[in-house]
Design a protein around this ligand. Structure first.
Ligand code: ZN
Length: 181
């Protein structure tokens, strides 16, 4: 890549860059080696079935089309059925699916599928808001624009009130008609 952009890979500042990037990639793409099931199988018995929402989980991922970062916040909600998971495990699950070459839409679905499969709740809802560097530093160059994506499973698919409660708990209100599906 250095040669491709006309750089001299042997000049002082760049000599160790390939190794540095290789080490960085081990960290940025470590999610491919991680297991969402392992995180989400640490559950506790709990009464009640009202919505649990872990919001504003920060994440950094890499767009697979341009290998540029996209980053923002993930919000993960579920309806417990007799058991709950440690809250840090939801954040860890987001990290697992963020740390790989990714697209936001697929990441949203994968997190919803993992929580649905491994926690077996009554329903799952995931929303992700992110800024994509491939939108803001190149191409259409629209800094500040954000992409929102949402995935629902179980009771959230059929119950519009649950979806409204989700956005109300996020502080997004109920005015966004588009979210009601
Ligand atoms: Zn991209």
């Amino acid at each position: 890549m250095l040669e491709g952009i006309g750089e001299d890979p042997d000049r002082e500042g760049l000599r160790e860059t390939p190794e540095r990037i290789a080490r960085m990639c081990e960290e940025l793409f470590a999610g491919r080696e991680a297991d969402g099931q392992e995180e989400l199988s640490k559950v506790f018995a709990a009464e009640g079935s009202q919505m649990v929402l872990e919001k504003d989980i920060p994440f950094y991922s890499m767009c697979e089309h341009h290998m540029l970062p996209f980053y923002g916040k993930a919000h993960v909600a579920y309806l417990p059925e007799g058991r709950v998971v440690g809250l840090s495990k939801l954040a860890r699950t987001v990290e697992i699916y963020a740390r790989r070459l990714q697209i936001q839409e697929r990441m949203t679905e994968q997190i919803a599928d993992a929580v649905a499969a491994f926690l077996s709740p009554r329903g799952v809802m995931v929303a992700i808001e992110a800024e994509h560097m491939c939108m803001t530093m190149r191409g259409v160059k629209k800094p500040g624009s954000r992409t929102l994506s949402v995935a629902v499973r179980g009771a959230f698919e059929t119950d519009a009130l649950l979806r409204e409660q989700f956005f109300w708990m996020l502080g997004m209100g109920t005015g966004a008609q588009g979210w009601r599906g």
